[in-house]
Design a protein around this ligand. Structure first.
Ligand code: CUA
Length: 175
Protein backbone atom coordinates (compact mmCIF):
# COMPACT_ATOMS: atom_id res chain seq x y z
CA UNK A 1 0.00 0.00 0.00
CA UNK A 2 1.37 3.40 -0.94
CA UNK A 3 1.14 6.31 1.51
CA UNK A 4 2.25 9.68 0.31
CA UNK A 5 5.29 10.81 2.39
CA UNK A 6 3.60 14.10 3.23
CA UNK A 7 0.50 12.29 4.47
CA UNK A 8 2.64 9.88 6.46
CA UNK A 9 4.45 12.83 8.07
CA UNK A 10 1.16 14.44 9.16
CA UNK A 11 -0.21 11.12 10.39
CA UNK A 12 2.85 10.73 12.65
CA UNK A 13 2.56 14.37 13.76
CA UNK A 14 -1.09 13.88 14.76
CA UNK A 15 -0.32 10.61 16.56
CA UNK A 16 2.64 12.24 18.30
CA UNK A 17 0.48 15.12 19.54
CA UNK A 18 -2.19 12.74 20.84
CA UNK A 19 0.54 10.75 22.59
CA UNK A 20 2.03 13.92 24.11
CA UNK A 21 -1.35 15.04 25.51
CA UNK A 22 -2.08 11.59 26.96
CA UNK A 23 1.32 11.52 28.64
CA UNK A 24 0.81 15.04 30.12
CA UNK A 25 -2.51 13.88 31.60
CA UNK A 26 -0.90 10.69 32.94
CA UNK A 27 2.01 12.58 34.54
CA UNK A 28 -0.39 15.11 36.16
CA UNK A 29 -2.70 12.39 37.45
CA UNK A 30 -0.12 9.83 38.61
CA UNK A 31 2.83 11.98 39.67
CA UNK A 32 1.34 15.38 40.59
CA UNK A 33 -1.92 13.92 41.93
CA UNK A 34 -4.14 16.31 39.93
CA UNK A 35 -7.53 14.67 39.52
CA UNK A 36 -11.07 15.72 38.72
CA UNK A 37 -13.00 16.57 41.92
CA UNK A 38 -14.70 13.39 43.06
CA UNK A 39 -15.44 14.01 46.71
CA UNK A 40 -18.62 12.02 47.29
CA UNK A 41 -20.46 12.98 50.43
CA UNK A 42 -24.22 13.19 50.62
CA UNK A 43 -26.38 15.60 52.62
CA UNK A 44 -30.12 16.21 52.88
CA UNK A 45 -30.60 19.58 51.12
CA UNK A 46 -34.06 20.08 52.62
CA UNK A 47 -32.70 19.85 56.18
CA UNK A 48 -29.53 21.97 55.89
CA UNK A 49 -30.74 24.46 58.47
CA UNK A 50 -31.07 21.62 60.95
CA UNK A 51 -27.73 20.02 60.14
CA UNK A 52 -25.01 20.73 62.67
CA UNK A 53 -22.43 21.49 60.07
CA UNK A 54 -24.36 23.90 57.84
CA UNK A 55 -26.48 25.58 60.51
CA UNK A 56 -26.27 29.37 60.15
CA UNK A 57 -23.81 29.83 63.03
CA UNK A 58 -21.35 27.44 61.45
CA UNK A 59 -21.17 29.10 58.02
CA UNK A 60 -18.20 31.14 56.88
CA UNK A 61 -14.56 30.83 57.84
CA UNK A 62 -13.61 28.54 60.72
CA UNK A 63 -10.20 27.62 62.06
CA UNK A 64 -9.79 24.36 63.95
CA UNK A 65 -7.42 23.59 66.83
CA UNK A 66 -4.65 22.58 64.40
CA UNK A 67 -4.98 25.85 62.45
CA UNK A 68 -6.67 24.28 59.40
CA UNK A 69 -9.06 26.69 57.67
CA UNK A 70 -12.47 25.49 56.51
CA UNK A 71 -15.01 27.66 54.73
CA UNK A 72 -18.60 26.45 54.73
CA UNK A 73 -20.98 28.11 52.30
CA UNK A 74 -24.54 27.55 51.22
CA UNK A 75 -25.69 28.27 47.68
CA UNK A 76 -29.37 29.04 47.16
CA UNK A 77 -31.34 30.94 44.56
CA UNK A 78 -29.94 33.58 44.20
CA UNK A 79 -26.98 34.05 46.48
CA UNK A 80 -24.11 32.48 48.32
CA UNK A 81 -24.23 32.67 52.10
CA UNK A 82 -22.45 34.29 53.80
CA UNK A 83 -22.29 37.20 51.34
CA UNK A 84 -18.72 38.09 52.17
CA UNK A 85 -15.79 36.14 53.58
CA UNK A 86 -12.11 36.92 54.14
CA UNK A 87 -9.33 34.35 53.90
CA UNK A 88 -5.54 34.63 54.08
CA UNK A 89 -3.37 34.44 50.96
CA UNK A 90 -0.85 31.62 50.39
CA UNK A 91 -2.67 29.37 52.86
CA UNK A 92 -4.54 26.13 52.29
CA UNK A 93 -8.29 26.70 52.52
CA UNK A 94 -10.84 23.90 52.31
CA UNK A 95 -14.20 24.98 50.92
CA UNK A 96 -17.32 22.94 51.63
CA UNK A 97 -20.31 23.96 49.52
CA UNK A 98 -23.91 22.80 49.64
CA UNK A 99 -27.03 23.80 47.73
CA UNK A 100 -30.40 24.39 49.36
CA UNK A 101 -32.33 24.02 46.13
CA UNK A 102 -31.08 23.40 42.58
CA UNK A 103 -27.79 22.84 40.78
CA UNK A 104 -25.43 25.79 41.17
CA UNK A 105 -21.80 26.27 40.28
CA UNK A 106 -19.18 28.39 41.92
CA UNK A 107 -16.29 30.12 40.24
CA UNK A 108 -13.80 32.62 41.60
CA UNK A 109 -12.25 34.27 38.53
CA UNK A 110 -8.45 34.38 38.29
CA UNK A 111 -8.12 31.52 40.77
CA UNK A 112 -8.55 27.78 40.38
CA UNK A 113 -11.60 27.68 42.67
CA UNK A 114 -14.39 26.26 40.56
CA UNK A 115 -16.84 23.45 41.20
CA UNK A 116 -20.42 22.37 40.65
CA UNK A 117 -22.69 22.40 43.70
CA UNK A 118 -25.06 19.50 43.23
CA UNK A 119 -28.08 19.37 45.56
CA UNK A 120 -27.77 16.41 47.91
CA UNK A 121 -23.97 16.43 47.89
CA UNK A 122 -21.21 18.34 49.65
CA UNK A 123 -18.77 19.80 47.12
CA UNK A 124 -15.33 20.03 48.68
CA UNK A 125 -12.34 21.82 47.17
CA UNK A 126 -9.01 22.60 48.82
CA UNK A 127 -7.08 25.46 47.29
CA UNK A 128 -4.94 28.43 48.18
CA UNK A 129 -4.97 31.96 46.80
CA UNK A 130 -1.52 33.25 45.84
CA UNK A 131 -2.50 36.91 45.38
CA UNK A 132 -4.30 39.15 47.89
CA UNK A 133 -7.23 41.09 46.46
CA UNK A 134 -10.99 41.36 46.16
CA UNK A 135 -12.59 38.63 44.09
CA UNK A 136 -16.18 37.98 43.09
CA UNK A 137 -17.70 34.56 43.79
CA UNK A 138 -19.91 33.77 40.82
CA UNK A 139 -22.50 31.14 40.03
CA UNK A 140 -21.62 29.48 36.75
CA UNK A 141 -24.45 26.99 36.32
CA UNK A 142 -27.75 28.36 35.05
CA UNK A 143 -30.11 28.09 38.02
CA UNK A 144 -33.07 30.29 37.13
CA UNK A 145 -34.05 33.84 36.24
CA UNK A 146 -31.84 35.37 38.94
CA UNK A 147 -28.75 33.42 37.89
CA UNK A 148 -26.99 36.55 36.57
CA UNK A 149 -27.34 38.21 39.97
CA UNK A 150 -26.06 35.26 41.98
CA UNK A 151 -22.72 36.27 43.37
CA UNK A 152 -20.93 37.22 46.56
CA UNK A 153 -17.44 38.46 47.47
CA UNK A 154 -14.26 37.08 48.89
CA UNK A 155 -11.37 39.15 50.22
CA UNK A 156 -8.00 37.48 50.04
CA UNK A 157 -5.99 39.24 52.74
CA UNK A 158 -2.19 39.12 52.87
CA UNK A 159 -1.29 36.25 55.18
CA UNK A 160 0.41 38.45 57.78
CA UNK A 161 -2.60 40.83 58.04
CA UNK A 162 -5.27 38.17 58.37
CA UNK A 163 -6.89 37.47 61.71
CA UNK A 164 -8.95 34.37 62.32
CA UNK A 165 -12.61 35.11 63.02
CA UNK A 166 -13.68 34.22 66.55
CA UNK A 167 -15.50 30.94 66.29
CA UNK A 168 -19.19 31.08 67.04
CA UNK A 169 -20.33 28.59 69.65
CA UNK A 170 -21.29 25.21 68.25
CA UNK A 171 -25.04 24.64 68.27
CA UNK A 172 -26.19 23.28 71.58
CA UNK A 173 -24.10 25.63 73.73
CA UNK A 174 -26.12 27.49 76.34
CA UNK A 175 -26.34 31.21 75.64
CU1 CUA B 1 -26.90 29.72 40.98
CU2 CUA B 1 -26.72 30.17 38.66
Amino acid sequence: MHIDPLERKWAYTALGMAGLFVSIIMVDALIHGINAPSHVETIDSARLHLSEEFAEDNLGVKVDAEGAITVRMVAGRYSFYPKHIAVPSETKVTFRWVSTDVLHGVHIPMTNMSTMIVPGYVAQVTTSFPKPGEYPVLCNEYCGLGHDHMWSNISVVAKENWTAPTNAPVTGDAK
